[in-house]
Structure formats: structure tokens, C-alpha cells
Ligand binder design. Structure first.
Ligand SMILES: [Zn+2]
Ligand SMILES: [Zn+2]
Length: 199
């Protein structure tokens, strides 16, 4: 399960998982992977000692505590705690993909769902419906009987799409119809709108 950028690999009971979804926490998750500190992990003890840029000689970190000022101020996981958790394999801090700020995507999803029954009329969905018509969005193959299709994507693996699910990143992040789902629905005649190359 993904919370913020934390992919939880092992139970981490010190914090409620929703804590990691906060924008300020996601910033710390980012910095945990990019900040130029040095550190020494004690795997057996589950602790670490991080280099310091303040008057303190170093920071002592565990999965629920850190001696840095950020932790003293906020009492929430700091970049040291996140990095320790990552190094211990408790979480994996997943790479940020451009255009997918998790908090923003979540807020958008909630807004779209709240907009009422006609999700497809929401501007974000209309954008996807327009993209679906583009010839660049033509499926590699369609299985009419099973109402599924294969689409080429930006990655190595093609996407497998049904009328209500898709293996692409957009669907993964939003759990709302992506352009592939719309294109498949059009190809199957389940919604109005014609692909551009079939007009
Ligand atoms: Zn800290
Ligand atoms: Zn998709």
C-alpha cells in the first residue's frame, strides 16, 4: 500500500499510515532520498546515526524518534527516520513520477467523484476522452468477446485494459477511467465519440 511516497513493506506501527500522506511529510520523504547527509545504519538495533549540519555533532535516529530539531519541533517522521525506514526495508520510498503529486491526485479524484453521477463530463475526464480519440491512442489489439484490449505505453510493458480497469499509471494513481479505458469503450461502441482515424 502506498502512503505518500512510502510503499509500506513491513508493519510500521509507530505511525498512523495516513501521517505519510501529508504534503509536509512527502517533502521529507523526498529529502530522505536526495539530501546529502552521510549515515551509518545499525541493522540489528534498527537505529542510525546521521551527519548533522547544525550545532549537534550528529543525529541519533530510530524508527519512532530522532534527535534532530525537525523531530523535536514536529514530533513527526523527519527525513532521517524516513531514510532509516527505507534502509531497513520497512518502507520503500518510491521515485516521484513527474505530474503525479500523490496528494494532488487524491484531491482531484475526490473532487471528480463528488461532482456527481456524470464523471465523464468533468474537465479532467473530458481531456482523457479527447486523448482517447487520437490515433496515437489506437490499441495494439482488442478482444471484443472479453471486452479487453492491449495498448502500447511509454514503458516496456504494454497496458492491459478492460472497460473499467487499466494497468497504466494514470489509472493506478486515480482509479478513474484513463484514456485507454475510454478508447476501449469507444471501440466497443459502449460510449459515444469516434476515434479520429475512424471518422
Ligand atoms: Zn531527524
Ligand atoms: Zn490506461
Amino acid at each position: 500500500m502506498l502512503h505518500g511516497r512510502c510503499h509500506i513493506l513491513k508493519d510500521w506501527p509507530a505511525w498512523d499510515y495516513s501521517v505519510h500522506e501529508d504534503k509536509a511529510q512527502i517533502d521529507r520523504q523526498n529529502r530522505a532520498m536526495t539530501y546529502p547527509f552521510t549515515f551509518k545504519i545499525n541493522k540489528a538495533a534498527g537505529t542510525a546515526r546521521f551527519s548533522s549540519s547544525t550545532d549537534l555533532p550528529f543525529y541519533e535516529t530510530t524508527l519512532d524518534h530522532c534527535t534532530c530539531y525537525d523531530f523535536a519541533d514536529r514530533g513527526l517522521p523527519c527525513k532521517h527516520i524516513y531514510r532509516l525506514a527505507h534502509e531497513l526495508g520497512v518502507i520503500e520510498i518510491v521515485k516521484r513520477k513527474s505530474g503525479y503529486a500523490v496528494g494532488a491526485v487524491k484531491a482531484q479524484r475526490e473532487e471528480i467523484l463528488a461532482s456527481g453521477a456524470d464523471i465523464d463530463a468533468h474537465p479532467e475526464q473530458v481531456k482523457r476522452i479527447e486523448k482517447a480519440k487520437d490515433k496515437k491512442c489506437a490499441p495494439i489489439s482488442i478482444d471484443v468477446e472479453n471486452k479487453s484490449a492491449i495498448f502500447g505505453g511509454s514503458g516496456k510493458e504494454p497496458y492491459v485494459t478492460t472497460v473499467d480497469s487499466c494497468t497504466c499509471r494514470d489509472y493506478f494513481a486515480r482509479r478513474l477511467p484513463c484514456k485507454h479505458i475510454y478508447r476501449l469503450r469507444m471501440e466497443l461502441g459502449l460510449m459515444s465519440g469516434e476515434p479520429d482515424d475512424k471518422k
